[in-house]
Design a protein around this ligand. Structure first.
Ligand code: FES
Length: 78
């Protein structure tokens, strides 16, 4: 799975750096069973609904450090 976290200014203010840190930790812990490519991107045009994260091509808004892992695991076959 490709995960892309928006690091545009709107999402940065809402905590995209923290989301990336959590994802990096999750990937490190689970790299034996899942393959995730983590990337960053600039503004996706949903700044008022940040943090914006793309799971493959699916854009998901209102991601926080409290829901990122749930949103990820919903989309993984584990
Ligand atoms: S800054 Fe993330 S959608 Fe605009």
């Amino acid at each position: 799975m490709n995960i892309t976290v928006c690091i545009g200014s709107g999402c940065h203010v809402k905590g995209s750096r923290g989301i990336i840190n959590i994802l990096q930790g999750y990937i490190a812990e689970n790299e034996a069973k899942i393959e995730i490519k983590l990337k960053a991107c600039f503004c996706q045009g949903h700044c008022t609904e940040g943090v914006v994260v793309k799971f493959n091509e699916e854009i998901v808004t209102n991601i926080t450090k409290d829901n990122i892992i749930d949103e990820l695991e919903k989309r993984l076959d584990i």
